[in-house]
Design a protein around this ligand. Structure first.
Ligand SMILES: Nc1ncnc2c1ncn2[C@@H]1O[C@H](COP(=O)(O)OP(=O)(O)OP(=O)(O)O)[C@@H](O)[C@H]1O
Ligand SMILES: [Mg+2]
Length: 234
């Protein structure tokens, strides 16, 4: 039987803002096999980014657990969780999260620096920046790049260490169809060539179809596709 690479077990998370409580996740459970490309879709506010942060070990759940490659995050110390996260996960954030003072090249390479010298692979750098059409933009800082280019830099940064899993939150959210296509094809290609597991959050049904399988979320829960009105409309 195929191996689960990342697993969510009854994840729950409530935000408190003054007296208002927002139950962002109300018990989410699923598993993704090694090498699978899974899309997560759902309307704005359904809890997708909250799930992304929990799966990536960037925030803690109120209850439930995340198991990544056999390690239950809840049982790891903060330092161990951070170490695993850096080694195993490539992140693409909804808002890019590029460092404004660094050019594109340094924004990509910083992910490698964090892991140390042993991980440098100039051929891989050239290949992914070439495939993402960034070769002529490597000396530009984020403010000197278009939104699409910034997102492609963010994707190159996520892929530079050949992570076992790529977590991408709306990687095509702010992109036109041409840029979206480049990003989605790159994710597909690294999934197929390197056997990387990909979990991509999107509200775009066309983007979601790049995945092998689609998880539908609504109001902090997983729902069946036929209970996802947004989806049925397409
Ligand atoms: N830091 C926070 N503090 C309080 N409430 C929050 C916080 N982050 C998210 N929420 C609330 O939790 C719910 C889920 O938010 P989340 O960002 O996970 O949704 P999403 O599905 O990613 O939406 P979008 O498609 O707009 O990115 C929303 O109702 C949101 O208002
Ligand atoms: Mg979001």
């Amino acid at each position: 039987m195929a191996e689960a690479f990342i697993e969510a077990r009854d994840l729950r998370k409530t935000y408190h803002v003054g007296k208002i409580e927002v139950q962002a996740l109300r018990g989410i459970s699923f598993s993704v096999q090694k090498g699978e490309f899974v899309s997560v879709v759902g309307p704005s506010g359904s809890g997708k980014s909250t799930l992304f942060y929990l799966l990536g070990g960037l925030t803690r759940a109120d209850s439930g657990s995340v198991v990544l490659d056999g390690d239950d995050f809840a049982t790891l110390s903060d330092a161990e969780r951070t170490r695993k996260r850096k080694r195993k996960i490539g992140f693409v954030f909804q808002k890019f999260n590029l460092l404004p003072t660094l050019d594109a090249r340094s924004n990509i390479l910083i992910a490698q620096e964090i892991l140390g010298n042993g991980h440098r692979d100039p051929a891989h750098f050239d290949r992914i920046t070439g495939l993402l059409g960034l070769t002529k933009r490597l000396g530009h800082r984020p403010a000197e790049l278009s939104g699409g280019e910034q997102q492609r830099v963010a994707l190159a940064r996520a892929l530079i260490n050949k992570p076992a899993i790529v977590l991408a939150d709306e990687p095509t959210g702010n992109l036109d169809s041409k840029n979206s296509d480049v990003v989605l094809r790159m994710l597909r290609q690294s999934n197929q060539e390197l056997g990387q597991t990909v979990l991509m959050i999107t509200h775009n049904p066309e983007a979601a179809r790049y995945g092998d399988r689609i998880i539908h979320m609504r109001d902090g829960e997983i729902v069946r596709p036929e209970d996802d009105p947004q989806w049925v409309a397409h």
